[in-house]
Design a protein around this ligand. Structure first.
Ligand code: F6P
Length: 361
């Protein structure tokens, strides 16, 4: 009798397109290549692992889900104390409960699919004695050690489409439109969608903006007969004068602002400076919803099969990645070590500048 391999699948943190494609890739490969395998799907991410709430998955569970958005297992966000612990609302560690489920099911390994924060918390889980393999998923594309993540391209497609549609109405009315895209810390999505949709201004967290520079570009366009302008703005965009504030000042400023998000503040300032009408569009979670684009279906499938190979070879403590077009894996420790911010000299930023897109700097 061949040895039994027991694996639990966990989707953690914010969802994105391609999670089900990855789940399918892992499941199908394991059932194809191993004679004896048991797969458990943990419900709602770490919650299922903590509470022992799971589904015993059969081969048929991995069929018909390739194109489905979200995650068939559900997901949740847990409180993570950087580098220290994963805790409940009273500050009690949840790691012992996770380990208990892991041992009770006699698992060989956990496959954790998550974003930047999940890579870090997965490292803690590994340090706590559980075998872990992770997959990089997020629309933010900010995971260190991988050129890209699944979910990113689908979100770029949606965000680009939103700005494409906004273009015609902005042009008809001669208005400024500020389109706010997801990305609290990193500007990958806003840069990609901004360039792909022909935005006039791109504001990202990595390049603090000066509102007068943004207004200058809009006024120049107007002088040249372009009566409308599109500003693609990351939700984490930050004004230059805010970068000098300390933590306390910054918190107070946020509390006293009249605007729900940065885009509303930018639109109000631009109206005041230019005298033009400005509107805001926030597609929000629409960017994370719906079916994965074909690129993400293929990427998530490749990541899923690579994770299964790691399981078969018992190579744990690794994150599957893509580097220079090749699927590979890197130590989880490395993936969890930092956030992949957009380098300010990135070739795509240079391309954008070459065609006259302003970053407000
Ligand atoms: O990390 C993915 C992401 O979509 C970010 O771009 C965004 O800031 C955040 O999640 C939103 O989180 P939530 O779904 O918890 O509102």
């Amino acid at each position: 009798m061949k040895r039994m391999t027991r694996v639990a699948l966990v989707t953690s943190g914010g969802d994105c397109q391609g999670l089900n494609a990855a789940i399918r890739g892992i499941g199908k490969t394991l059932f194809e290549k191993l004679d004896n395998v048991e797969i458990y799907g943990m419900y709602d991410g770490y919650r299922g692992l903590i509470e022992g709430d799971y589904k015993f998955m059969e081969p048929r569970d991995f069929s018909g889900i390739l194109t489905q958005g979200g995650t068939i297992l559900g997901t949740s966000r847990q409180r993570y104390i950087p580098g220290k612990d994963i805790v409940d609302e009273n500050g009690n560690s949840l790691l012992p409960d996770m380990l208990q489920t892991y041992n009770r099911l006699n698992l060989d390994c956990l496959v954790i699919m998550g974003g930047n924060g999940t890579q870090k918390s997965a490292k803690l889980i590994a340090d706590h004695g559980m075998n872990v393999i992770t997959l990089p998923k997020t629309i933010d594309n900010d995971i260190f050690g991988t050129d890209t993540t699944f979910g990113f391209q689908s979100a770029v497609d949606i965000a680009t489409n939103v700005i494409d549609y906004i273009h015609s109405t902005a042009s008809s009315h001669g208005r400024i439109f500020v389109v706010e895209l997801m990305g609290r810390d990193a500007g990958w999505l806003t840069l990609s969608a901004g360039v792909s949709s022909g935005a006039d201004v791109i504001l990202i967290p990595e390049i603090p903006y000066d509102i007068h520079k943004v207004a200058e570009l809009i006024e120049n366009r107007r002088r040249k007969g372009r009566g409308f302008s599109i500003v693609a703005c990351a939700e984490g965009a930050v004004a230059k004068d805010e970068t000098v504030l300390d933590e306390e000042e910054s918190r107070r400023k946020k509390e006293s602002t009249l605007y729900p998000t940065v885009s509303y503040a930018i639109a109000a300032q631009l109206e005041k400076i230019t005298g033009m009408e400005a509107r805001v569009t926030v597609p929000g979670h629409y960017q994370r919803g719906g079916p994965p684009c074909p690129y993400d279906r293929a990427l998530a499938t490749q990541f899923g099969t690579a994770a299964a190979e790691l399981i078969i070879n018992r190579e744990y403590g690794r994150m599957v990645a893509v580097q220079n077009g090749a699927i590979t894996s890197i130590p989880l420790e490395e993936a969890a070590s930092k956030t992949k911010f957009l380098p300010v000299d990135h070739p795509m930023i240079q391309v954008a500048r070459s065609i006259g897109i302003s970053f407000g700097d």
